[in-house]
Design a protein around this ligand. Sequence first.
Ligand SMILES: [Ca+2]
Length: 225
Amino acid sequence: MLQDNLCCNPIESKGSLLESLRIRPMNRLAIALLLAAALFSLPLSADQTRITFSDPAGDITPDEGDAHPIDIVGVDLSSDGEFVVVAVTLAEPPMPTSLFQALVAGVAFDVDNDRKSGGQGFGGMHGDVPGIDFESEIISSVEDGAVSTSSAASVIGVDARGNQSNVLTSSDAPSTPAKGKVYTGKIAYTSLGVQSGQTIRVIARELNDRGEQHGMFSDALLTLK
Ligand SMILES: [Ca+2]
């Protein structure tokens, strides 16, 4: 299912390293290099400035009549000092005929990284996602059924009471040209009320994945540049 792609599985690489140390004689330098590599494969801290996820192709259930359903194969979360940047790689470029078919991904933001403040993410309809202050939808451009040429992001305020969401603005940043199968949404720090150096909790969702996890990627603690 959905899984982290933070370079490699730290537990797996750590285990295989220890085994190889037991089995093979090595000089000290080689062992030191291996240990350094093992340390770098582990998360160095609880938060990072860039977080990537990979996702299988073909794990979606398209809506009836959607000939080119959105299928996410990768999500790359980063920031540039002004915008939170959500770059989504798709199995195939979108060819939407409606705004609904143009929804590339959902993103929930817990900007104070506090599960006790904010409301339920994704309207509370896709499992327990507490502490969400804002949401965004990455939307690709509708080109009359031809391949989308760009994408943008909406910003939605999440009410702590009653899980009501209000669309604050349809797009708060200039749309980003598509790069191959990568469609990017940029959400301004000012829209989220965040600052450089702040660590925010970000949860992306593959909207067409109707499996047990509702297409939810793992929580990501993103430190803003
Ligand atoms: Ca997928």
